[in-house]
Design a protein around this ligand. Sequence first.
Ligand SMILES: Nc1ncnc2c1ncn2[C@@H]1O[C@H](COP(=O)(O)OP(=O)(O)O)[C@@H](O)[C@H]1O
Ligand SMILES: [Mg+2]
Length: 329
Amino acid sequence: MAAPLAGHHVAVLLGGPSSEREVSLVSGAACADALERLGAKVSRVDAHRDVAEILTRLQPDVCFNALHGAWGEDGCVQGVLETLGIPYTHCGVLASALAMDKAKAKAVLAAAGVTVPGGGLFNRFDVARDHVLPPPYVVKPNAEGSSVGVFLVMDGSNRPPQEVVDPSWTFGEEVMVEPYIPGRELAAGVRDGKGMMVTEIIPRTGFYDYEAKYGEDGSVHVCPADLPAHVTEKALQLAEQAHAALGCRGVTRSDLRYDDINDVLVLLEVNTQPGMTPTSLIPEQAAKQGVGFDELVLWITEDAYARGGAGGIASPGESSGQSARQSQR
Ligand SMILES: Nc1ncnc2c1ncn2[C@@H]1O[C@H](COP(=O)(O)OP(=O)(O)O)[C@@H](O)[C@H]1O
Ligand SMILES: [Mg+2]
């Protein structure tokens, strides 16, 4: 196979300190392997507080950011990379920070005309004391991912979730509480501003929780989703609109609910660092569009270079070294 990244040094950021560390290790390993197959010299960097020192020493041409969750997906690492002048994949500082904060993202998305769930932020002790919304409703951290800390309070339940006041709760004083949106679980990818495809996720258990996302046989993906054409169209349009409204770049994945009784689509969130294992939703959608995993990883990397102002990957000489990095500004 051709080696389009021969002569390029790519640092893959993976792992990190977030609750989604394990998922990121899998995404990062898959992307690093693909980058090696594409001919790149790859440095795998388990990103912690010393990431700036490590990258200063390694002097990569580009960073492939395969981190998920707090710190890697919320603008912090993106800020470090901006400071170091290293081109990087996926969203920039502002879009990453915005998308990670569910309350802020919903405000921006609603203003842009995207339908988002109602509800809002509540103090966790108030949430544990009494129902702050009539059941059914959902309680979730304002800035986590992978369904970590998400609780469904179903119809008829007489007890709000007590987990939010457990001493082990580390997801903030304010929690997001939303009316439960019944119906089907959808995910729509966006690449380069264009909607990719819609996948329906059918969890084997109650809802699309951590187990359903990552457990063996936890859920079934139907890709492309078997939906009426107008629903597919609308889901792609909402995902594109959300990607643009938050100022995203590269590849994102929007999570949606489709209330099929009332024919209403609601966008839950935009993921700026979607899972990148070969069986993740975005690689699966790309594959269905005829873009294999390595080709997708190549596109994401090229896109980082293009935005880094380094002149594209056809010219490795120009894309490495101080001058290329300085030209980012
Ligand atoms: N308002 C809601 N109505 C119904 N289900 C929800 C709602 N909010 C979250 N969920 C369920 O919880 C999952 C995780 O919520 P999400 O907002 O996507 O956060 P995360 O960042 O953890 O993925 C969703 O995929 C969905 O199955
Ligand atoms: Mg989600």
